[in-house]
Ligand binder design. Structure first.
Ligand code: 4AD
Length: 427
C-alpha cells in the first residue's frame, strides 16, 4: 500500500465504472485509478479540474498496452477532498476562465491561472534550470557572484530608458545594468557575475522588450576582446550542455522546441561594417526605408532578417562608438569603432551585449563629455581608473531572450513569471 497527497486533479475521464485522474504536484504527473463504489460517490462524480486531493492506494505497473506517466498508476482505496480543497466548477471552472479563444491581454490578467498550464510551467522550469546552470558554469570558471543595488543614481545605457523615482527627496533610478558596479569588484574579488533584475522604460511594445528583465552579467579582468568573445561562447554553450544533461529539463525543451540542437562552435563572427554590406547586398533597408550606411543602428527587424537568413548564432562586433554606450573601448586599429559585441540568435535577435571597457581615465572623461554626462556622479566608477586600472570587459545576457530562443517562444513575455512591459504592471 502507498499513500500519496497531491495538489491537483487535472483531468478526469469517467468510463463505465472507472475514473482516471491525472495528479500533478510540480515534480511530475501520476495517473490515479478510482474504481468500484469509490467512482460512484457524489464527490467523484462532481470532481472538478484543479481540485486538491489526498489519496491512499496501491501503486501498480500499468497493464500491457496502456500508457501512464512513468508506467505506473495509483489504484485508490480511499481518498479525501476537504471542502475547501475543491476547485470551483460551473461558470467559474478554470476551463471556462482560460480557453483557447481567450485574448492575450486577458491571459496576462489571468497569468496566475495560465501558469498552471503545461506550456507556461515548462518554460519556467527550464528557466529555473538555466539560472542554476549559469551559477554552476560561472563557479567552474571561479567567477564570483555579487549582488549590486537596484536603486541607483547613475545611468548606464542612455537616459531615454531610465525609470526615475523620488528617493528621500533626491532623484534616483532603477538600474539599467549592474555593469558599472561589477567593474568596481575586479581588483579585490577577481572576475565577478550577477543575476539581477534590470529595468528599462522601453516606450515600444515589441515581442522582445520588457520593462523589467533578468540580466545575467559578467565582468572579467585582464582580458583581450578575443577572450571576451570566447567567454560568452563558452558560457552559453556550457549552460546549454548542463541543462540538456538533465533528462527532465531536456524533455521539456524537446517538447517546447522539437528542432532544438546545441549550437555549433565557434560562433560566426561578423564585423558591423561587413553586416552593413551584407544588409545592402540583401536589400534589407534601415528604419527610414533607405539602404543601410555605416553609422546606422541595425534595428530589430533587420537584425531578425539577418538571423533568419544565416540561421545560426552570430557575434556581431566592432560597432561605431556613436551608436553604443559611453564606456566602450575603442578599437586600436580603427578608432571609428569599439571593441563591442552583440550575440544574435535565430528567431530572437540580440541576446547578449558586451564590450571591452575604457580603462584610461582621460579617454573616459572624453566619453562622458561626448555623452553630456556629469562625471562627478560617477566618481566611484572613475576611481577605478585612478587606483590600478586594467584591461577588462564584460557582457550582459537577457535571460528571457535566451529562454525565448531555447524554448522557441514567440515573446519574452512568456519567459517570465509575471511580465512587466509598457502598460502592464499587474498582477
Ligand atoms: O546590450 P545591453 O543594453 O547591454 C548592457 O546593459 C551592458 N551594460 C551589459 C554588460 O555589458 N554587462 O543589454 C544586454 C542584454 C541584451 O542583449 C538583451 O538580451 C537584454 O540585455 N535586454 C533586454 N531584455 C529584455 N527587455 C529589454 N528591454 C532589454 N534590454 C536589454
Amino acid at each position: 500500500m502507498s499513500a500519496t497527497t497531491s495538489s491537483c486533479a487535472t483531468w478526469t475521464i469517467p468510463t463505465k465504472d472507472v475514473l482516471f485522474i491525472t495528479l500533478r504536484d510540480g515534480y511530475g504527473f501520476m495517473q490515479v485509478v478510482i474504481s468500484g463504489k469509490l467512482a460512484k460517490t457524489y464527490e467523484a462524480l462532481t470532481l472538478t479540474r484543479e481540485t486538491s486531493m489526498e489519496i491512499l492506494g496501491e501503486m501498480r505497473q500499468v497493464p500491457a498496452g496502456a500508457r501512464a506517466p512513468l508506467n505506473r498508476e495509483l489504484h485508490a482505496d480511499f481518498y479525501k477532498i476537504p471542502d475547501h480543497w475543491r476547485a470551483a466548477g460551473g461558470d467559474d471552472a478554470i476551463t471556462n476562465r482560460v480557453t483557447a479563444d481567450t485574448d492575450r491581454s486577458t491571459l496576462l490578467n489571468l497569468r496566475h491561472l495560465t501558469l498552471r498550464g503545461e506550456n507556461a510551467s515548462s518554460v519556467l522550469l527550464v528557466r529555473d534550470a538555466v539560472e542554476y546552470a549559469f551559477a554552476q558554469a560561472f563557479r567552474e570558471l571561479r567567477i564570483r557572484k555579487v549582488s549590486p543595488p537596484a536603486l541607483v543614481q547613475t545611468q548606464v545605457e542612455g537616459g531615454a530608458t531610465l525609470f526615475q523615482l523620488g528617493y528621500y527627496g533626491a532623484e534616483a533610478y532603477l538600474t539599467q545594468s549592474s555593469q558599472l558596479y561589477l567593474e568596481t569588484c575586479l581588483p579585490s574579488m577577481g572576475d565577478v557575475y550577477c543575476i539581477e533584475k534590470s529595468f528599462r522604460a522601453e516606450k515600444s511594445l515589441t515581442r522582445r522588450h520588457l520593462s523589467e528583465f533578468t540580466h545575467v552579467e559578467a565582468e572579467l579582468d585582464f582580458i583581450s576582446f578575443d577572450d571576451l568573445l570566447s567567454n560568452i561562447e563558452h558560457m552559453m554553450c556550457r549552460v546549454l550542455e548542463i541543462v540538456m544533461a538533465d533528462p527532465a529539463i531536456a524533455g521539456y525543451i524537446k517538447t517546447l522546441n522539437p528542432d532544438f540542437k546545441l549550437p555549433e562552435r565557434p560562433f560566426m563572427r561578423m564585423k558591423y561594417a561587413d553586416a552593413i554590406d551584407w544588409l545592402r547586398e540583401h536589400d534589407i533597408p534601415n528604419e527610414e526605408g533607405q539602404p543601410h550606411t555605416f553609422g546606422d543602428d541595425i534595428a530589430e527587424a533587420a537584425e531578425r532578417r539577418m538571423t533568419d537568413e544565416i540561421k545560426k548564432p552570430i557575434f556581431l562586433t566592432h560597432f561605431p562608438a556613436e551608436i553604443k554606450a559611453f564606456y566602450m573601448q575603442k578599437d586600436r586599429d580603427d578608432p571609428r569603432v569599439t571593441e563591442s559585441v552583440d550575440c544574435l540568435m535565430p528567431g530572437v535577435g540580440e541576446i547578449v551585449g558586451g564590450s571591452m571597457r575604457i580603462d584610461d581615465n582621460d579617454q573616459l572623461m572624453a566619453a562622458f563629455k561626448r555623452e553630456g554626462l556629469d562625471p562627478s556622479n560617477y566618481y566611484w566608477y572613475t576611481d577605478q581608473r585612478k587606483y590600478g586600472s586594467s584591461p577588462h570587459g564584460g557582457w550582459g545576457l537577457g535571460l528571457e531572450r535566451f529562454l525565448a530562443w531555447l524554448c522557441n517562444q514567440h515573446t519574452v513575455r512568456d519567459c517570465c513569471l509575471y511580465p512587466r512591459f509598457m502598460g502592464r504592471c499587474a498582477p
